[in-house]
Unconditional design. Structure first.
Length: 205
């Protein structure tokens, strides 16, 4: 069968699907629609593929961009996260912020019993997440890669919220220390009188 004959079969079928979606007022992005068609073709031809559309949908929506995974030596995702952070710690100066932040994040995950990371992208079988070492409110991060099959196997789940709003952390590991400087400056009687202060009672009243 030549390409023109294939087009005569496929094009009307695609047009029917698009028309039906429009009739039912379904709003869908073109990129998602293309991925769905690709998945349908792969499925019909029994080609092994990762459902990228469902993964993106899993982390789409307000407060749903975060994933979680349990801290366990039997969990390949956690082992990779620990390795990623440990590598940063190993190659960082012990007096540097990077060393402190990665160490704190690793300790935080181990204390909580699970780790959290922000979804970034998915391509073929590769998932990319961000480990925010300065807290979930700040963009600074270390990229973490893993296989998308770990979602279907139950190792990666949606966190169902934002870490700092769930009380898992402050949201910003860089707490600012505000130091107030006390300036001792003698004040003359004339300066006090100019603002209406003449006695101790004037100050206390």
């Amino acid at each position: 069968m030549d390409i023109q004959s294939i087009r005569k079969i496929i094009f009307p079928a695609v047009s029917d699907v698009v028309s039906k979606l429009e009739e039912e007022n379904h709003s869908i992005k073109i990129t998602f629609l293309r991925e769905i068609f690709n998945e349908a073709i792969n499925g019909a031809l029994n080609i092994s593929h990762t459902n990228n559309t469902s993964i993106k949908a899993m982390f789409s929506g307000r407060g749903r961009a975060w994933a979680s995974t349990t801290v366990s030596n039997d969990n390949p995702v956690w082992i990779s996260i620990r390795h990623t952070l440990s590598k940063e710690i190993l190659y960082s100066d012990p007096s540097s912020k990077q060393y402190k932040e990665c160490t704190n994040l690793l300790d935080t995950f181990e204390s909580a019993g699970f780790a959290w990371m922000r979804f970034d992208s998915v391509s073929k079988n590769n998932l990319r997440f961000k480990l925010r070492t300065k807290g979930s409110k700040l963009e600074h991060h270390i990229k973490f890669y893993t296989d998308s099959c770990y979602i279907s196997r139950g190792y990666i789940k949606n966190l169902e919220g934002v870490p700092h709003r769930l009380g898992l952390e402050s949201g910003n590991f860089e707490e600012e220390n505000v130091v107030k400087e006390v300036i001792e400056k003698p004040v003359s009687k004339e300066e006090l009188h100019s603002v209406g202060i003449k006695t101790l009672e004037d100050i206390l009243s």
